[in-house]
Design a binder for this molecule. Structure first.
Ligand SMILES: [Zn+2]
Length: 303
């Protein structure tokens, strides 16, 4: 079950494990430094000088304080040299943004949102093994322009010309592939990206609706990840008061937050209109926010 306690426990375990790894390396490095001749002495000397400096500042002896400050600076440089030349174990953060704490400026980091989405996708049984990249893609002449648009979108992200795309076209026209290429590229750059088929998303909506999935956490992940891809919109079953309402809520929130999304669909605008009513279409109708791109090329999968 997708309740917040299970999700948070699993994610916190992950961060705690990273933290303990980091602490082990820190204490290992500390031992190396302590064994270097002069290191502890210099460190102690800096401590004593700082105490002396505080006293001098208190008594207003600025001349002597200046002298002591220079001594402290020189000792600090010596210490830095020792640290530089020591063979310490380097710790590479999994996420340099939050330094593996999962929190930045009191908010959940992108990596945290990514963990939430991974957890939810795993619980939904979604298969996420296939990745696509611009480099390994076969170039199809009829989609040359599409690839150019997609590459420039990924390159300039998040300062893209338009924030959102609706890729429209028949099955096998390359919409899903192209959206996955963008997603892979952005994920490599460290953005939090979430890919849902419309059916998976609909299943999550139902779980959120009946309280089987944590609403707040799921909604946070769906609204705040850097890029959300909803694949094959129109193939999912429609549930009254759920499918359209939740979808509209996610889309509206993302547009409000200026967060990017890509929707792929086999439906035409008329069919989308008929299926989801004008509320969704009107949210997507602002051309400065959302670009509808037709895929009328030949079937890429037959080549
Ligand atoms: Zn992070």
């Amino acid at each position: 079950m997708l309740n917040s306690k299970a999700v948070l426990t699993s994610i916190n375990d992950y961060y705690n494990e990273l933290k303990s790894k980091m602490l082990t390396i820190k204490s290992h490095n500390r031992k190396i430094l302590e064994n270097i001749e002069g290191f502890i002495e210099i460190e102690n000397e800096i401590g004593a000088k700082n105490f002396e400096l505080a006293k001098l500042k208190y008594t207003g002896d600025t001349e002597s304080a200046k002298k002591v400050q220079t001594e402290i600076d020189n000792l600090t440089l010596k210490l830095k040299d020792i640290i530089k030349s020591a063979s310490l174990v380097k710790y590479n953060y999994e996420c340099p943004i939050c330094k593996d704490t999962g929190i930045v400026d009191g908010k959940r980091c992108k990596c945290y949102l990514k963990h939430i989405s991974n957890y939810i996708l795993k619980e939904l049984g979604a298969n996420r093994q296939q990745t696509c990249s611009f480099k390994s893609s076969k170039s199809c002449p009829s989609l040359k322009k599409h690839y150019e648009i997609a590459k420039s979108y990924a390159k300039t992200f998040p300062n893209t010309k338009v924030n959102n795309f609706v890729f429209m076209g028949n099955v096998g026209s390359g919409k899903t592939h192209l959206s996955k290429c963008i997603l892979t590229e952005l994920a490599l750059k460290g953005f939090s990206t979430v890919f849902f088929s419309a059916t998976e998303l609909n299943n999550l909506f139902i779980k959120m609706h009946v309280g089987e999935a944590d609403r707040v956490l799921s909604f946070e992940m769906l609204s705040e990840c850097d890029l959300l891809v909803i694949d094959d919109l129109g193939t999912e079953p429609l549930y009254n008061n759920i499918t359209v309402d939740y979808l509209l809520s996610v889309i509206s929130t993302r547009i409000g937050l200026k967060k990017h999304f890509i929707i792929t669909t086999n439906l035409t605008t008329d069919e989308l209109y008929a299926r989801y009513n004008e509320r969704l279409l009107s949210r997507l109708s602002n051309k400065t926010e959302t670009l509808f791109i037709p895929f009328n090329g030949e079937d890429l999968r037959r080549q």
